[in-house]
Design a protein around this ligand. Structure first.
Ligand code: UDP
Ligand code: MG
Length: 324
C-alpha cells in the first residue's frame, strides 16, 4: 500500500519543536481520512533531535526518518525527503511550526481541484525581524526582475506537489538547489493559497545571513544569466563615458590652457575600472564554482540510515552511503 500524502520535514537542531510538530501534524493528517506518512529528515542535528526522531519512528510506523551523515543544508534535506516520499501528493513544511500544519487541508483541497503545484503564500509574517523581512522583500523583487522563471512572491518551500511534478523535480539533480524556483520552472497547473505565517514555536532560526546570501545566489545563478551579461553592459557604459570625456578634456585644454586632469582623477578612474573588473571576475567565479560542483558530480547527500515504515513492502532499510 502506498500513502496518499507524504509530509516532508527537514530538521536541524529542532529538539524543542519536534514533539509539538508531531502532535499537531498527526491531528491534522488523521482528519484527512486517507493514508499518510511523515518523512522526517535529520540534517546532521547535534542537539538530541536525532534520538528523538528514532523514538518517534519506532513508535509510529507511518513515520520514516532519514539521517544524514552531516549537515547538508535545508534545500538538500528537503530533496532527500522528496526522494524517499511515496505519497501521491507531497507536502513540504518546516519543523518550527512557522508554517501551520492546519493549512495543509487547504493545500489538499486545491490539489483535489486538479492543481499539481499548490504553494502557500505568506500574507502575514510574525516573529521575524525587520531586517529579515526587508532583505527578503528586496531579494524577491530582485529575483523576480532578473530571472526567466516567474517565482511567486512571498512564498517559501511550504507547498504541495503532485506526484507528477515531484517526479520531474526528483529528476533534476542540480547541486545548488533553489526548490521554490525549480518547482515554478516545472510548470503544470499551479496556484497559491494565502496563509498567516506564525512565529517560530521554539528555538532560533537556522538561516543566518550567510546561508540566506548563499540561497539568494543560488536563486539568481540557477535561473538567470543577467549577472554575466552585466559585464557587457558595464563595459559599454564605461567605454562610452570615456569616449565622451575625450573631447571634453581636449576642449578644456584648448580653451583654458590648463591641464584639467590631475593625479587624483587618474587614481580614481583606475580604481573605478579596477573595481568594475574585479566585480565582473567575481561574478564569473560564482558561475564557474557552480559548474565545478556539477562536474565533480558528488552525491547530493549522504545518508547514515533510513528507518522502515509501514509502507515498505519488505524492502530493506538503506544503510550507509546512498548514491543520489
Ligand atoms: N534546516 C535544515 N538544515 C539547515 C538549516 C535549516 O534542515 O541547515 C531546517 C530547519 O530545521 C527548519 C527549516 O529548515 O525546519 C527552516 O529553517 P528555519 O526555520 O531556521 O529558517 P527561517 O524560517 O528562519 O528562514
Ligand atoms: Mg523558520
Amino acid at each position: 500500500m502506498k500513502p496518499t500524502y507524504s509530509v516532508i520535514v527537514p530538521i536541524y537542531n529542532e529538539i524543542d519543536c519536534i514533539d509539538e510538530l508531531y502532535t499537531r501534524m498527526t491531528a491534522v493528517m488523521d482528519k484527512t481520512g486517507e493514508p499518510w506518512e511523515l518523512v522526517l529528515v535529520d540534517d546532521g542535528s547535534t542537539d538530541g533531535s536525532t534520538e528523538r526522531m528514532h523514538t518517534i519512528a519506532a513508535q509510529d510506523a507511518r513515520v520514516r526518518a532519514i539521517f544524514f551523515a552531516r549537515n547538508f543544508g535545508h534545500q538538500i534535506a528537503v530533496t532527500a525527503g522528496m526522494d524517499h516520499a511515496l505519497g501521491q501528493a507531497v507536502v513540504i513544511i518546516d519543523a518550527d511550526l512557522q508554517d501551520p500544519p492546519e493549512v495543509i487541508p487547504d493545500l489538499i483541497a486545491k490539489w483535489k481541484e486538479g492543481y499539481e503545484v499548490v504553494y502557500a503564500v505568506r500574507e502575514v509574517r510574525e516573529g521575524e525581524t525587520w531586517f529579515k523581512k526587508t532583505t527578503a522583500s528586496l531579494f524577491y523583487t530582485l529575483v523576480h526582475k532578473i530571472t526567466d522563471v516567474k517565482i511567486p512572491k512571498n512564498t517559501g518551500d511550504f507547498r504541495l506537489l503532485d506526484r507528477q511534478a515531484l517526479d520531474v523535480l526528483n529528476s533534476m539533480r542540480e547541486k545548488d538547489r533553489y526548490l521554490r524556483g525549480m518547482s515554478a520552472w516545472v510548470g503544470f497547473k499551479q496556484i497559491g493559497v494565502p496563509y498567516h505565517r506564525e512565529a517560530r514555536y521554539a528555538g532560533s532560526t537556522k538561516y543566518p545571513l550567510k546561508k540566506m546570501i548563499k540561497l539568494a545566489w543560488n536563486a539568481i545563478t540557477g535561473f538567470s544569466y543577467v549577472p554575466l551579461q552585466a559585464a557587457t553592459y558595464l563595459g559599454f557604459i564605461v567605454a562610452g563615458v570615456s569616449i565622451l570625456l575625450i573631447p571634453v578634456v581636449i576642449i578644456v585644454r584648448l580653451v583654458s590652457g590648463s591641464e584639467l586632469l590631475g593625479q587624483a582623477t587618474t587614481l580614481i578612474s583606475t580604481l573605478f575600472i579596477g573595481g568594475v573588473q574585479l566585480i565582473c571576475l567575481g561574478i564569473l567565479g560564482e558561475y564557474l564554482g557552480r559548474i565545478y560542483d556539477e562536474v565533480k558530480n558528488r552525491p547530493l547527500y549522504i545518508t547514515r540510515s533510513v528507518t522502515h515504515s509501514i509502507y515498505d513492502d519488505d524492502e530493506a532499510a538503506t544503510d550507509g552511503i546512498e548514491d543520489q
